[in-house]
Design a protein around this ligand. Structure first.
Ligand code: FAD
Ligand code: NAP
Length: 351
């Protein structure tokens, strides 16, 4: 590849670049605004055998120490429509675009499909990593395909929704974390798809209103209001959203838990049951708990917060005590949702 030499910045603070506002430094830091810049940066890191951390909005990361390699902010932009046909269309969006702004752009254009996913922080490129979901909708419901740079094959590829192997907060990208860089996604949206209002908070919000008259933008605005009432805004109280995934257990395990704990909150499917991790944590007495600099949010026990001047190790220490309590009381293993760096801290706290 020709062009200007790659010159990343050295020793860059990541504190303002992660929503937990944890103090951490990148040994090297750069932005990639297109595929050429991305490849140049990855080649540079590979030549020096340095690890690479792909960064979006930093809202699903726990930076528990300095990163010894290259932190690469993926900033590929652009949004365009294609395949407009009989009320449906495909929206193509660059990985560096803001997710919430993309949702609002789609609903204001009259299209349905993304409205329940309003106000999720971060970038479009990170959305497929954990198959973002909220209020009964997951990214995979709208996703057509994902364009990636495959670091193993050294080539650009298009992965279909099926190839992405999406699951509950899970995907191929989570299982092979360093392999793919998301470049853009294509989403199929529709002007006539049914609105999904089945979640209790949304049902309550629209109680008594004429559902038929609602637009996707009305639903997005409702989601914004409901979320703003309940979930802490990282700009005011730093957090990374849900710290643990809701555990999915077998029906047999759920029935045995229900016998011992009749009030347990769970959503029962055909082959498994999803337990509300926030309820388990709350029952262990952690809701609203505060250590010196870190704590558990007082309205949603699933969200751990950083009150300032703390370190990632303190947060992971608190998280591991919560995990151990839930395991001891309910024999249920809690899995951390955000990605923890550096790996040594993940190992130290057994996450
Ligand atoms: P980052 O935190 O920067 O990165 C997350 C992971 O993706 C990292 O492993 C990173 O290396 C990787 N990554 C980032 N960009 C790329 C790329 N282009 N290619 C390959 N890998 C990449 N999540 C939900 O699912 N539902 C919610 O309702 C929700 N609500 C939230 C509310 C709050 C207040 C907060 C703070 C978080 C919430 N989250 C939620 C979690 C988070 O916002 C999402 O997971 C989001 O998609 C992360 O985007 P990001 O750009 O900040 O990713
Ligand atoms: P909530 O409505 O209080 O519900 C608590 C939990 O119960 C949620 O985790 C949700 O699972 C589950 N649940 C509720 N109603 C359900 C239903 N009808 N069917 C199946 N499961 C149901 O949750 P909240 O804290 O206010 O969050 C609202 C939504 O935003 C949720 O979907 C949540 O996942 C999402 N959110 C995610 C993050 C994150 O970082 N991942 C952060 C904030 C909010 P699900 O989580 O599977 O939906």
């Amino acid at each position: 590849m020709t062009g200007k030499p790659f010159e990343p910045a050295a020793n860059v603070s990541l504190q303002s670049r992660n929503t937990l506002r944890l103090p951490a430094e990148a040994a090297w830091y750069a932005r990639a605004g297109d595929v050429t810049e991305l490849r140049r940066a990855l080649d540079w890191a590979d030549r020096q055998d340095l690890p690479v951390l792909l960064l979006g909005g930093g809202s699903n990361l726990v930076l528990a120490g300095d990163f010894p390699g290259l932190v690469l902010r993926v900033s590929l932009g652009g949004r365009c429509w294609s395949g407009v046909d009989n009320g449906s269309a495909i929206l193509e969006v660059g990985a560096g675009e803001n997710w919430h702004e993309t949702v609002m752009y789609s609903v204001r254009s009259g299209y349905r499909g993304l409205e329940n996913l309003a106000l999720i922080p971060g970038t479009v490129g990170a959305a497929p990593i954990q198959n973002i979901g909220a209020y009964g909708v997951e990214l995979s419901h709208a996703l057509v395909d994902v364009s990636v740079w495959d670091r193993e094959q050294g080539a650009e590829r298009v992965l279909t929704c099926e190839e992405c192997a999406f699951g509950y907060r899970d995907s191929l990208f989570k299982r092979q974390p360093e392999r793919y860089v998301v470049l853009k996604v294509r989403l199929r949206l529709s002007k006539r798809a049914p609105l999904r209002l089945g979640y209790r908070d949304l049902e309550e919000f629209f109680d008594g209103q004429a559902i038929d008259a609602l637009t996707a933008e009305d639903v997005a605005q409702a989601v914004i209001q409901v979320r703003s009432r309940k979930l802490p805004d990282p700009d005011f109280l730093p957090n990374a959203g849900s710290f643990f995934k809701n555990p999915v257990v077998s029906l047999a395990q759920f029935e045995s838990l229900q016998q011992r704990f009749p009030d347990i909150v769970a959503y029962v499917g055909q082959d498994s049951a999803k337990l509300a991790a926030g309820w388990l944590i709350d029952q262990c007495g952690w809701k609203g708990h505060r250590d010196a600099h870190v704590g558990v949010h007082n309205r949603q026990a699933l969200v751990l917060v950083h009150h300032g001047d703390g370190q990632g190790g303190e947060l992971l220490g608190l998280a591991s005590r919560i995990r151990d309590d839930v395991q001891a009381r309910y024999s249920v293993a809690l899995e951390v949702e955000p990605r923890i760096f550096p790996v040594s801290m993940r190992e130290e706290f057994r996450f």
